[in-house]
Design a protein around this ligand. Sequence first.
Ligand SMILES: Cc1cc2nc3c(=O)[nH]c(=O)nc-3n(C[C@H](O)[C@H](O)[C@H](O)COP(=O)(O)OP(=O)(O)OC[C@H]3O[C@@H](n4cnc5c(N)ncnc54)[C@H](O)[C@@H]3O)c2cc1C
Length: 236
Amino acid sequence: MKVELIAYTPEPEAVVAAAARLCYSDLGASEIRENLSPEEVRSFLEKLISIGHLSPLEHASFTFAIEGVSRALSHQLVRHRIASYSQKSQRYVDEENFEYITPPSIAADPDALELYRTKLEEIRAAYRQLARIVPREDARYILPNATETKLVCTFNARSLLNFFRLRCCRRAQWEIRELAHRMRQEVRQVAPTLFALAGPSCETEGICWEGKMTCGLAREVRRRGVPDHGRYNLGT
Ligand SMILES: Cc1cc2nc3c(=O)[nH]c(=O)nc-3n(C[C@H](O)[C@H](O)[C@H](O)COP(=O)(O)OP(=O)(O)OC[C@H]3O[C@@H](n4cnc5c(N)ncnc54)[C@H](O)[C@@H]3O)c2cc1C
């Protein structure tokens, strides 16, 4: 899997802080931004996040190039509606030599791996045959969820917090969880305060919504003590 943050709002934290301050000030956003020190930006963002005033976070956006992921992953990713996507087309791009993603559980089991590879090669042969007699857009119907795909996606910071909350969770499917962790790593480098507490509610609040299917981390976090430096309140 390759995940790269290829573009983002310049000075995302200052932009969000200035937009939020504007709500409570007579001054214009440019003037506010010029007068905010990095320390003020940081403490203002922490406060903003802890009280759940998250709409100003929508002014900062982040664009990722993602490669080496499966169509099983991309199907889950695009369920996140508050984002923009561009994905490699199976209508316009020939898939005769498609790459495929192998889940770790299959890679770890020689019999499963042998079966997996054999069947995927059969599918490849069938695709090639079909693509000679029907349009690519129809031949692709035989391609599996394992088929490798490439995407570009753009999220705003608020939507990313929702994404990390759902997909960094240990209960999320392994491939999209790995993607979420990589994306979180990328944005933390350029907006550390905005994403300091990004992640599942067990990590930030000691609360798990998975009921009986909980992995138990929330209990562990509560035992260690929930961070008191602020919580994401995704409610407003
Ligand atoms: C562990 C896990 C298991 C899952 N299993 C399944 C499954 O079995 N089947 C399945 O179909 N999906 C499943 N999903 C996908 C899930 O239901 C969501 O579609 C996906 O996580 C996107 O989340 P979202 O709607 O919060 O994100 P976004 O679409 O980005 O929306 C962000 C937020 O905006 C608001 N919003 C967006 N659109 C609307 C709207 N139309 N109306 C009102 N509010 C809106 C909501 O508050 C929402 O939380 C699963 C997700 C996870 C994390």
